[in-house]
Design a protein around this ligand. Structure first.
Ligand SMILES: [Zn+2]
Length: 455
């Protein structure tokens, strides 16, 4: 039995008292017991000084986009010109370079306090667009990368069939497309026996499914993917209304918004996560609210790509909101979390739509739920994933320790994370990853992929 003693812990929005001296015991991957008010740390317990939070979920990631940071952000243009840069990068990645880059990116996430990630994985085939000998080679490399980095993974295998509404795939998009939903299903059926899925998965990885968007998957195929996800009892994610052009194209082709189209072909429910959900009509919000659909907001990416600000104040039903770092322009869960409220202030001219505890719940438990895990809460029976934030930096010195949710949500940065535990394993200790020199791994892997692009 492993034990951790936390100087202070945040035990969820329902606890109003300050919890000092919290002893967490771990059995296997799960929390065995939680006891507050333990003033003296037991000799065999690992001490975590600062405030310990539940594990934080990065519910939307494309790991390889990390190589674009600082290389595309100063330019002009739109989401679509940014996408051209991303395609140049995607066209050059082979399995080895992909795994190295994903490992380093996932390790950066762990250092920042993310304990779980949903990898929205669509780079399936080789540079000519043909399947690898093992058609799931790239997905397997993502699984390897997460294990090396020590992060919990939901591999969201993504169906991508069209270059735009009614347009065939072109160029690098052949790497993303399986051709038909049936062929997507055949490939994922070969992956399913190798990656745990369904109720109560064991281990640190599970399989999920994704529909790239209504741009890239036609309505009949959307239904096929949803049916596969339901029959395998896995979560289903989709990019939804990130850009106005997506809404315009969808309305022109189908006479429906993306949410309306999905509502016709997908069982919208908590198992489904709408990523971005920015340009929503009142009817769209009604569909999402009525079904309790998860909505993953990615504010730092949405700012970078000039996507817009979603109606988060209208999406405050329980468990609705979670966070993702998407293109990894920034990897900092605190910046992502406070942006839900701060961007809403800019949009509405009012403060306080989202209180600190509900924001922290979005980053933790709601994100875990979106990825199909029972975690994001420091309570017996939940996954033993947690994150300690130190209070000795210039950013948090003097913080109100009686209101740690407000202190960390509005004051902390990724650099304030001192310790990260995933499945009871101490992955980050005093700000240092247990097995990787993360900055060097990022530097080496990013230089390697750009050298390949230039060749
Ligand atoms: Zn995305």
């Amino acid at each position: 039995m492993t034990a951790f003693w936390c100087e202070q812990a945040w035990l969820g929005p329902d606890t109003t008292v300050r919890n000092d001296g919290v002893l967490i015991t771990v059995a296997g991957d799960y929390i065995g017991s939680v006891e507050a008010g333990v003033a003296v740390p037991p000799a065999d317990a690992t001490r975590l000084v600062g405030v310990t939070l539940p594990g934080i979920a990065n519910a939307h990631s494309h790991a390889f986009h990390r190589a674009l940071r600082g290389r595309t952000h100063g330019g002009v243009g739109t989401f679509w010109t940014w996408r051209d840069h991303m395609y140049r990068l995607a066209g050059s990645l082979d399995p080895d370079r992909y795994e190295e880059l994903a490992t380093a990116t996932f390790a950066e996430m762990v250092l920042a306090g993310y304990t779980a990630v949903g990898e929205f994985h669509y780079l399936h085939h080789d540079v000519s667009g043909r399947p690898y000998g093992d058609p799931n080679e790239m997905g397997e490399r993502v699984v390897n990368a997460a294990a090396r980095a020590g992060i919990r993974l939901t591999l969201l295998d993504t169906c991508y069939l069209f270059g735009g509404v009614g347009q065939p795939v072109d160029g690098v998009q052949h790497r993303f497309s399986d051709g038909t939903a049936g062929e997507w299903m055949d490939r994922v059926d070969r992956l399913a026996p190798r990656v745990p899925h369904g109720s109560g998965p064991t281990g640190r990885v599970q399989l999920g499914a994704a529909i790239h968007s209504v741009r890239a998957v036609d309505p009949d195929s959307i239904g096929v993917v949803d049916e596969w996800a339901r029959s395998h009892d896995v979560v289903l994610h989709a990019h939804v209304s990130e850009q106005l052009q997506e809404n315009d194209d969808c309305l022109r082709a189908y006479g429906a918004t993306p949410v309306e189209l999905l509502a016709r072909h997908v069982d919208l429910e908590r198992r489904f996560t709408a990523v971005h959900a920015i340009h929503l009509s009142a009817t769209d919000v009604g569909h999402l609210t009525a079904s309790g659909t998860s909505c993953c907001v990615c504010p730092t990416t949405e700012r970078d790509l000039a996507d817009g600000i979603g109606p988060t104040a209208a999406l405050r039903y329980p468990g609705a909101l979670c966070i993702g770092s998407d293109s990894h322009a920034v990897i900092d869960p605190f910046e992502e979390t406070r942006a839900i409220e701060l961007d809403e202030r800019l949009r509405s001219g009012g403060r306080g739509s989202h209180d600190p505890s509900s924001l922290l719940r979005a980053a933790t438990q709601s994100g875990y739920s979106s990825l199909g895990w029972r975690g994001g809460e420091i309570a017996a029976g939940n996954l033993a994933d947690f994150v300690t934030v130190g209070f000795d930096s210039v950013r948090l010195a003097g913080a109100d320790r009686d209101d740690v949710a407000a202190a960390v949500v509005f004051g902390a940065t990724a650099s304030d994370v001192t310790d990260v535990v995933v499945g009871g394993e101490h992955i980050v200790h005093d700000g240092v990853h247990r097995s990787l020199d993360v900055a060097t791994a990022l530097d080496d892997s990013i230089r390697a992929v750009w050298a390949a692009v230039e060749r």
